[in-house]
Design a protein around this ligand. Structure first.
Ligand code: SF4
Length: 490
């Protein structure tokens, strides 16, 4: 088999990508420096742009840039331009790469009750609908981000206090949102009623910290306090007083199960469980469900490693690093031509020929999206002399797009939406292919099984069972997220 076949899909970004990470701190000197460090720990949640907004008791200060945190916030001079004891920041992944600074968060607006900054992880699934209504009433949008809708809803709310206006605005939006916001008097953190995207709270001394994942608390030296509950709004005043509000009533939560599979860092703790341990557990379930006689378990680095360890421990087949990843290769999607992108995957992953030659290997990866990278990796193993190449996947087939802040290809580009497992196996040229079952995934996150009548998580990309209305989708019948739609139209 050769690797010269023309691929029907571009393999770039052949993973689902979390679109954002957020971080905020109130009550410490040099708050912006703490935020920069926290965002650095969340860099895996968005590498296209980064922003920090601070407040020094009188003024808000903002700096936003394209690229990584270290490219924008590593100099003392830059951080000195963001004074104050309260700051919030955001890392963003942009699907178009050309969206420019206007969409980089935190977004800021001078409202009638004072300045308001907002950093958002998630996606509002009725943002286009709301935006049309607001524009018809005279609103003028500065960005194409769905997050700006929240600012306009606050601005036009008739409630007297900023907090009530904020709650009023959130009652109108549907979809996924974890937010860290700043007003001149307080920091507000909240999660949508279903808690689709994560958000945790910690403390450093007297300061309160909010972050998308616990790893960011670890890195800044903060102690984990608790998760922000689904539907909870936590308000921290400048004097340190903390109050919790639950304006949405009780709803059964549906946190994103894919955070456990891929998005979160393995050294984070989510829903009280170590992400690393859950991933190993998925490997155990996978080995139980789709055992195979083989010589080696080989992870697709880096995200397949914990599941491969679990698979190896359960099956008794030795674990080996049969693929070595270079950490010094630029991201493939900035390469200008198909040829350069193709070379990019080979430079990033290389077969460990001495280990795989002549062996029957089981490749373990976290997911298959378009399938193009999987095909390349199978070919790479065969080129290195592997006798058999079996593929095992630590998530169920990804058949549906996500509308909750994760960049997914249109459904027509998802391999599992087009083919059954046997056809997918043929497409990636594996000797066999199997996915962990949805119940196996639920067992790995600590449930007995998926509760079909009331699922414990959002798992819509596997099941098509979306936990919210998708107003924009149903009105437009275009399976894309707001930001993409608006930018295409621009
Ligand atoms: S659709 Fe998938 S990726 Fe999106 S929130 Fe739900 S489980 Fe997570």
């Amino acid at each position: 088999m050769t690797s010269t076949r023309t691929l029907p899909w571009d393999f770039d970004g052949d993973k689902l990508r979390e679109e954002c990470g957020i971080f905020g701190v109130i009550g410490t000197r040099d708050a912006a420096s703490v935020v920069a460090l926290g965002l650095h720990a969340l860099q895996h949640r968005g590498q296209e742009a980064v922003g920090i907004t601070s407040f020094d008791g009188t003024e808000f200060y903002s700096r936003r840039g394209l690229g990584h945190v270290t490219e924008n916030f590593s100099s003392a001079a830059v951080l000195a331009e963001l004074p104050g004891e309260m700051a919030a920041g955001h890392v963003r992944y942009s699907t178009t790469g050309g969206s420019g600074l206007r969409n980089v968060q935190p977004l800021f607006a001078d409202l009638a009750r004072g300045g308001f900054a907002i950093a958002h992880n998630g996606n509002i699934s009725n943002a286009l609908h709301l935006k049309h209504e607001l524009v018809n009433k005279g609103a003028i949008f500065q960005s194409t981000s769905d997050t700006e809708v929240i600012i306009h809803l606050i601005a036009t709310s008739r409630y007297p206090t900023l907090l009530d206006r904020f709650i009023d605005a959130l009652r109108m939006v549907e979809g996924a949102y974890s937010l860290v916001c700043m007003t001149p008097k307080r920091m507000i953190a909240c999660r949508d009623p279903l808690g689709i995207r994560p958000l945790v709270m910690g403390r450093i001394g007297d300061a309160t910290v909010f972050a998308s994942e616990t790893v960011a608390l670890d890195i800044v030296g903060a102690e984990f306090v608790r998760e922000i509950e689904p539907g909870e709004l936590v308000e921290v005043r400048q004097d340190g007083r903390i109050s919790s509000h639950r304006p949405f009533g009780q709803v059964s939560p549906r946190p994103c199960i894919f955070e456990h599979v891929y998005f979160s860092r393995p050294d984070s703790v989510m829903g009280g469980r170590s992400v690393y341990e859950v991933r190993k557990r998925i490997g155990v379930e996978l080995a139980r469900e789709s055992a195979i006689d083989a010589d080696l378990i080989v992870p697709v680095p880096d995200s397949g490693v914990p599941a491969a360890i679990g698979f190896a421990q359960q099956s008794g087949i030795p674990f080996e690093l049969g693929i070595i990843r270079s950490h010094y290769v630029g991201r493939t999607f900035i390469q200008p031509t198909d040829g350069a992108r193709h070379a990019g995957v080979k430079r990033k992953h290389n077969a460990n020929r001495a280990i795989v030659a002549g062996k029957r290997i089981v490749l373990i990866d976290d997911s298959i999206v378009r399938g193009t990278t999987s095909l390349q990796i199978v070919q790479m193993m065969r080129d290195a002399g592997a006798k058999e190449v079996h593929f095992r996947v630590a998530s169920p087939p990804t058949e549906h797009s996500c509308f909750y802040g994760v960049d997914t290809p249109e459904r027509s580009k998802l391999l599992a939406a087009q083919m059954d497992v046997a056809a997918m196996s043929a497409f990636i040229q594996a000797d066999s292919l199997a996915f962990v079952s949805i119940d196996g995934l639920y067992r790995a996150v600590g449930e007995a099984q998926r509760n079909a009548a009331s699922p414990q998580h959002c798992d819509a990309c596997f099941t098509g069972d979306y936990p919210t209305r998708l107003t924009d989708l149903s009105e437009r019948e275009v399976p894309a997220q707001l930001t993409m739609l608006a930018e295409r139209a621009a």
